[in-house]
Write a protein of this length. Sequence first.
Length: 148
Amino acid sequence: MDGNEAKQPFVLIVLAKDADAKVMQHTIDTLSRLQVVTETVRLDDAGLDLLAYIQSGICRGLKVVVFGTHYAYTDEQCPTVTEALVPVIKTITGPPPAANAQIALNVATTGFGVAGAVNAGIEAARILARVDPALATRLRILWPPSQD
């Protein structure tokens, strides 16, 4: 790719462990319905330096990170927006945490389980849609704003 070619924007899906894949597939499916490109990595991949991977991804068009984790994993494993330099969305793949559990500052948390995974996909698409009118239209068609 030379410097004049447009980089395809994409969303990085980070799985804390293999067990998160089933729930996070809903994030991938949501983004796929919206024609948003995704990449997936697992924290347990040998030798993965997540922040270095994110930084190299930015050069390739990475715009949003969605971090899927069972709540048993600590927030230290989820990069903050400041560290990643792109928006970071976290969704909890396991049961809801105890009421006194801490959620990291500087990371948007979308919810729990399948609903949280779908919400993460929609939120990632909303971020991309700010500069992509065609995606904004697809988003409005598939998930119209609520009429509360």
